[in-house]
Design a binder for this molecule. Structure first.
Ligand SMILES: NC(=O)c1ccc[n+]([C@@H]2O[C@H](COP(=O)([O-])OP(=O)(O)OC[C@H]3O[C@@H](n4cnc5c(N)ncnc54)[C@H](O)[C@@H]3O)[C@@H](O)[C@H]2O)c1
Ligand SMILES: [Zn+2]
Length: 681
């Protein structure tokens, strides 16, 4: 019987929708829907395709893994494809998996499995040749991944050389593992991003992926990533017999494996371990989203084989997200430092996943409209692991008719300035730089530990200073006098003097701290460091053109624009003038590039490809930066020199097409050498 038209329609819709979310999740590391919502879409697609197998297309998301590697990185083939895993959401499904396995193997009795926590990070493959780490890549689409070797090298837990002491090392081995971020590192990173006006990562998994897939390994280095290993791809010069043998061997070679992994005699025991992991989950320092069950015997694994996107010998037994039902009492608006106005649901306190919550984010007006959430609604809220709770959906059947739909006010709830919204953004912003919460947050950000580190100037004091009219912008801090402070509640002579000293001392903070403290949108700590290194002074940064900024590795068009806009703003320029009067030397060079006219590298943009003999990429880059040049990873007309190493990749072709200047490593050395007179004794 041919499929009805609505089924064909629905299939097409599901595929488009899932492909779109795959792109947001795998390429941008910024998902728009929760994993549960995504899994529900996938389930529906799978069920429809099972019913109408003739409608399965090779490009259906059910037939494919992840997403194609991004153009930004060199692509690396996986010698053995890196597959995904089938999901199971209930004990019944796990028992069915066990039955299927035993039926296919024709084994009536119980069989052995390994059970391992399912790390919620991103899969990577690392190649060790004679024990030396030579290349690492992301899973990508399972067949080709992205070359992230330099970034993986920055993760301290990843050995650059395997340990030989207990077990001989294979000539060649591709090991597989999961790069992840601990919960603590995730919270700290998001707090920093929010301060910088950047969108927070949805969960530690996206944070880990976003941190590893960075063009600048220096950014990755600062992100506190970690890695557990759980499998192998191609191997030569060694034989493994079981999955448990793989795990114990990896451990002997110095590759970290998850300590909560276990070998079990039968599926029942696997289910017990699942319950145990579910219990200890909140106490683990990292996120896990389930448990992976694998047939232990590798001979059996071979006999079972794989389907298009997943092996038949393993299954991911996923945890359910904790949910609860409660009532929305109110929707409050919170104004952030950059003016973003975020609606927050105030709820009757309810316990979900062991924690009492009373606030949940509603993200923005579009989300509220999409879900049709109203004040007075009974709603399902969800907390997946440690992630900030969110409203899943209202229970419309429980409505009394008195619920009030939410409309975003036209004006700021605090200062009543009309709100503004950019076309391509979902957030509304209060444009008034003097808006009370904005001002208070701006001051406390300026003073915060990672910025100017002014002790004694937290949110409370900032609020006092602003309310009493003593501070209207950051430069006012430097005009504060003893009597001003002593007139404030809670201040005595000593505390006032301490604050004045701390403020004055902050004038010596390094340039990168000052740049970060200014609170330019999209400029977090790492970007501030890059800018300080590149420009050496505020005055020079102020003069930088959009092109000059964009040419710097690690700085995209959006960030560049935001910096330009900040320095174009009259009010900001006044603040800078006032800081200068207060004693800041904004023209002082700090490190920064030497701009000698006969320096052939100054202000030139370099691109390295194909691996160099004499330099690591980082060294080459440092040499260029020192001489006032910049390094980029993307082939464009802005590149002045393409330095080609031994194994030129696809970037060389692109560079040739664009007619860029291509030089060898020796020629590059010459360019450097011309300047290296301080190296000759
Ligand atoms: N929210 C969204 O928009 C969105 C979009 C796409 C995907 N997703 C999420 O991603 C999932 C699909 O991603 P996937 O294809 O990576 O599959 P998966 O995450 O369900 O399972 C496969 C992966 O598990 C990981 N893994 C962790 N520990 C392991 C261990 N001990 N042994 C083996 N593998 C281990 C590996 O990275 C492996 O690639 C979906 O279920 C969904 O939750 C969400
Ligand atoms: Zn306002």
């Amino acid at each position: 019987m041919p499929a009805p038209a609505e089924v064909i329609e629905r299939l097409k819709w599901l595929r488009d929708e899932i492909n779109y979310h795959n792109y947001l999740y795998y390429v941008l590391d910024q998902p728009k829907i929760s994993d549960e919502d995504y899994d529900a879409l996938m389930r529906e697609l799978k069920e429809l395709e099972e019913q109408y197998p003739e409608l399965i297309t090779p490009d259906s998301p059910t037939q494919r893994i992840g997403a194609a590697p991004s153009e930004k990185f060199e692509s690396v083939p996986h010698r053995v494809p890196m597959l995904s895993l089938d999901d199971a959401f209930s004990e019944t499904e796990v028992l069915e998996f066990d039955e299927r396995v035993r039926r296919l193997l024709d084994i009536p009795g119980p069989i052995e499995y390994t059970v391992e926590p399912k790390m919620d990070g991103l899969a990577v493959e690392l190649t060790y040749e004679n024990g030396v780490f030579v290349r690492g890549s992301t899973r990508g689409d399972g067949y080709f991944g992205e070359d992230v070797t330099q970034n993986l090298r920055t993760i301290r837990q990843i050995p650059l050389r395997l340990i030989h002491r207990h077990l001989d090392i294979p000539e060649l081995i591709d090991v597989r593992g999961e790069v992840f971020m601990t919960k603590d590192a995730f919270y700290a990173l998001n707090a920093e991003r929010e301060k910088a006006g950047l969108p927070p990562f949805a969960n530690p998994r996206n944070a880990a992926a976003g941190s590893l897939r960075q063009l600048d390994p220096n950014v990755t280095r600062k992100r506190q990533l970690d890695c557990f290993f759980y499998g192998v791809g191609a191997v030569s010069g060694h034989r493994f017999r079981t999955q448990w043998d793989i795990l114990s061997s990896l451990k002997k070679w110095g590759l970290k494996i998850n300590p909560h992994s276990k070998k079990v005699k039968a599926i029942k025991e696997a289910i017990h371990h699942y319950e145990h992991l579910r219990d200890i989950r909140p106490t683990l320092p990292y996120e896990i989203d389930g448990m992976v069950i694998k047939v232990n015997d590798l001979e059996y694994q071979k006999r079972l084989g794989s389907k298009a996107r997943s092996p038949r010998w393993a299954v991911a037994f996923k945890f359910e997200a904790a949910q609860a039902v409660t009532k929305i009492l109110d929707i409050e608006l919170s104004v952030g430092r950059t003016g973003a106005v975020t609606p927050v649901a105030i709820m009757e306190p309810v316990k979900v996943g062991g924690v009492v919550v009373s606030r949940a984010t509603l993200h923005n007006q579009d989300e509220i409209a999409r879900k049709d959430v109203r004040v007075g609604d009974w709603v399902i809220i969800r907390r997946a692991g440690d992630v900030i709770p969110e409203v899943v959906r209202p229970l419309k059947e429980r409505r009394s008719g008195n619920e009030v739909p939410f409309t975003m006010p036209k004006a700021c709830p605090v200062c009543h300035t009309p709100l503004e919204k950019k076309e391509d953004e979902a957030v509304w912003r209060c444009p008034n730089p003097d808006c009370f919460p904005r001002l208070v947050k701006k001051i406390s950000h300026f003073a915060s530990k990672n910025a100017m580190n002014i002790e004694g100037l937290g949110g409370k004091v900032a609020e006092l200073l602003v309310t009493n009219g003593l501070v209207r912008d950051i430069s006012d801090l430097f005009k504060l006098k003893m009597p001003d402070l002593m007139s404030l509640e809670g201040f005595a002579e000593k505390s006032a003097q301490n604050l004045i000293d701390a403020i004055s001392k902050s004038k010596n903070a390094p340039l990168s701290k000052l740049i970060y403290a200014l609170g330019i949108r999209h400029v977090g700590e790492v970007t501030a460091q890059i800018l300080a290194r590149q420009f050496g002074s505020i005055e020079r940064l102020k003069e930088a053109s959009q092109d000059e900024l964009e040419a710097i590795e690690g700085i995209g068009p959006e960030v560049a624009k935001s910096i330009r806009n900040w320095f174009k703003d009259e009010d900001n320029l006044k603040v800078l003038e006032a800081l200068k009067e207060a004693g800041f030397d904004l023209g002082a060079r700090e490190g920064g590039p030497q701009k000698t006219p006969d320096n052939p590298i100054s202000q030139k943009t370099f691109l390295f490809t194909g691996g160099l003999k004499n330099f690591s990429r980082e060294e080459a880059k440092a040499a260029v930066l020192e001489r006032g040049g910049s390094v980029t990873n993307s082939v464009s007309r802005r590149v002045d020199f393409v330095v080609v190493g031994e194994k030129p990749g696809s970037k060389l072709e692109k560079a040739q097409k664009l007619g860029l200047k291509i030089i060898s490593e020796d020629e590059f050395l010459n360019l450097l050498g011309g300047l290296n007179d301080d190296n000759t004794e």
